[in-house]
Design a protein around this ligand. Structure first.
Ligand code: GLN
Length: 394
């Protein structure tokens, strides 16, 4: 009889991944009936005209597979917006791939462009998906710490670049700190990419959420980066539609060819009717974006004031919708215990800071708040925290 070999049930690759802490905190928030200031998604309604466009597309029978790399209508809308907003010139047939959210866009890009032996530079703190995308591609993540104010620093970045550097992930506006990368920092990244023949993948999902009149800069428009950058964005955050899973990549034709192959075998296509609705959304008048900024500016100003009043310390967000706050004035416990207590006892869920670092000893005094919530939710959250921390004061 053939000898039974003991083979592991699951691949070793998956053992290098841990469960997403952000999604875990959402489950915990649901379990304890806490307000979810953990996961970054809105608790308010998507715009009515965008929803109507989705219903219309279903009724008009956009119900079968879309073209693998994206419906022609949506790819054209992406190119139009990339031109006026990002200053990126792209052709629908050559440069654009529509994916299932920017999460798939990131995963497909890393798998398409990196392989075992290649290094992928990412700044920390970092959104927790970049590392798993790199590991699933069989490549090696190389974390580079951001400075005190979450700026990109020349020395550590130069040290990280080397012969094995294939990719660098740049995220602006930044999750979890809310920092917006400056043009000088972009130049530094661009120069190093040129010197080492590396490609940048940018996560620009918060491109329309900036404060204090700041302007978004796409790395693809800096220096000679147009041919060396995969620009990623999507409809989730700008159009309050995180559940639609419509994201995209814009990249030079050869890069796009490889990304399209990975995307095809991974998901075939993003949801067809929602692609038509996304095309409608991307063509909304510019006033839509001004209104969006105004509404997020109000939320930001409110939460910044509220959290400071309670005793949290942090860098004021310049963009995106997160605050990465230090809680040492309020508690000496670990970030994880603090987050669990916040969720169970204070009923406001947050994300432990350590989940944004590969070295779990970092971020131990921080938690992340997401404020893409109704003003009433934010008001409730702040007053619940005020009461909770006041009751614990010695
Ligand atoms: N980007 C959001 C966050 O950081 C949510 C992403 C997700 O959970 N898919 O919370």
């Amino acid at each position: 009889m053939a000898q039974k070999t003991r083979r592991p049930l699951v691949s070793s690759r998956t053992k290098l991944l841990s469960e997403s802490v952000i999604r875990e905190m959402t489950r915990m928030a649901d379990k304890y009936g806490a307000l979810n200031l953990a996961q970054g998604f809105p608790d308010f309604a998507a715009p009515a005209n965008i929803k109507a466009a989705a219903v219309k597309a279903i009724e008009e029978d956009y119900n079968q597979y879309a073209v693998t790399w994206g419906s022609p209508n949506l790819r054209s809308a992406i190119c139009e917006k990339a031109a006026w907003f990002n200053g990126i010139r792209a052709e629908p047939d050559k440069n654009v791939t529509v994916t299932c959210g920017s999460t798939e866009a990131m995963m497909a890009s890393v798998i398409a462009l990196a392989e075992p032996g290649d290094e992928v530079i990412m700044f920390e703190p970092a959104y927790e998906n970049y590392r798993p995308s790199t590991i699933l591609a069989g490549a090696t993540p190389v974390p580079v710490p951001l400075g005190q104010g979450f700026e990109i620093e020349e020395e550590p970045l130069k040290k990280a670049f080397g012969a094995q550097t294939k990719l660098i992930v740049v995220n602006t506006p930044h999750n979890p700190s809310g920092r917006v990368t400056t043009e000088a920092e972009m130049r530094l990244v661009a120069d190093l990419c040129q010197d080492y023949g590396a490609i940048a993948i940018t996560d620009e999902i918060y491109e329309h959420i900036l404060y204090g009149g700041r302007k978004h800069i796409s790395l693809a428009t800096v220096g000679d980066m147009a041919d060396r950058t995969v620009t990623i964005s999507g409809v989730s955050k700008t159009y309050t539609a995180t559940g639609w899973r419509i994201g995209y990549t814009i990249a030079e034709a050869t890069l796009t060819g490889a990304i399209r192959k990975v995307h095809d075998y991974m998901t075939v296509c993003a949801p067809a009717p929602l692609q038509e609705a996304a095309a409608f959304a991307l063509r909304l008048p510019r006033s839509f974006y001004t209104d969006l900024q105004r509404s997020y500016q109000k939320k930001r100003d409110f939460i910044v004031k509220g959290l400071k009043g309670i005793g949290f310390e942090f860098y004021d967000p310049e963009g995106a919708y997160y605050v990465l706050a230090d809680f040492q004035n309020l508690s000496r416990t670990s970030d994880k215990d603090f987050s669990v207590a916040m969720t169970k006892d204070c009923k406001v869920a947050v994300v432990p800071g350590s989940s944004f670092y590969s070295d779990g000893r970092k971020g131990r005094t921080q938690v992340r708040f997401s404020y893409s919530k109704k003003e009433s939710t934010l008001r409730k959250a702040v007053s619940m925290m005020e009461a909770y921390f006041a009751s614990r004061r010695p």
